[in-house]
Each structure stands twice: as C-alpha cells, then as structure tokens.
Write a protein that binds this ligand. Structure first.
Ligand SMILES: [Zn+2]
Length: 102
C-alpha cells in the first residue's frame, strides 16, 4: 500500500489522550502564538529525521512523533511517540497481526 499510511487506531488515540491528560496540564494548554486552547491530534504518526552537526540527514534514523496542532493558527507541537507509548503500541499491533519484521 504505497503512500497510504494508517490513521491512529481508537486504542492509540486513547493512549495519546491519556498521556496528554497526564502530562499536559490543562492550565498550560494555551497556544503560545494565538492563545487559543483548542488543539487537534494529527491522525497519523509522523517522524522527525535525525541529522549530524556536519549537515548529514538520514531518514534511517528518526524520532517517531505525535503532532498536535492549534485549531486556530496551526502552531504545531511534536511529542515523542516512544515517550507516549505509541511506538510500542504500533510494534505490538504488528506482532499480533503477523505483519512485523521480527
Ligand atoms: Zn494558535
């Protein structure tokens, strides 16, 4: 399925929401740009490519991320999906469905 990445499952969205509720205090949820407090979780996992200080960038080394954007101005916050437990959830899901690579 080239070009078609899956959306987060209902279970993964639940994990993300629980993590945000636990770590992102409700009084700190104002957007630093426009002060809006309505946010949207991006439906797909994304990645941040890693780079060296010499300027080398490789897609082989990435940080899996969950993006949350401000509904008003689009300011984007990127959370580490490993810290959130989403990366692990993906691995377990693949293992259960037999689609994993190991
Ligand atoms: Zn904003």
């Amino acid at each position: 399925m080239a070009g078609e990445l899956p959306d987060f499952s209902a279970q993964e969205v639940s994990i993300i929401n629980a993590w945000l509720d636990k770590h992102w205090h409700v009084t700190a949820r104002g957007c630093p740009i426009c002060h809006n407090s309505s946010w949207n979780i991006n439906t797909k996992l994304s990645v941040m490519p890693c780079a060296s200080v010499e300027g080398t960038v490789t897609m082989g080394e990435i940080i899996p991320s969950v993006n949350v954007n401000c509904n008003k101005c689009g300011y984007l916050i990127q959370f580490n999906a490993i810290k959130m437990g989403i990366w692990k959830a993906k691995k377990e899901q693949e293992a259960q469905s037999g689609e994993g690579d190991g």
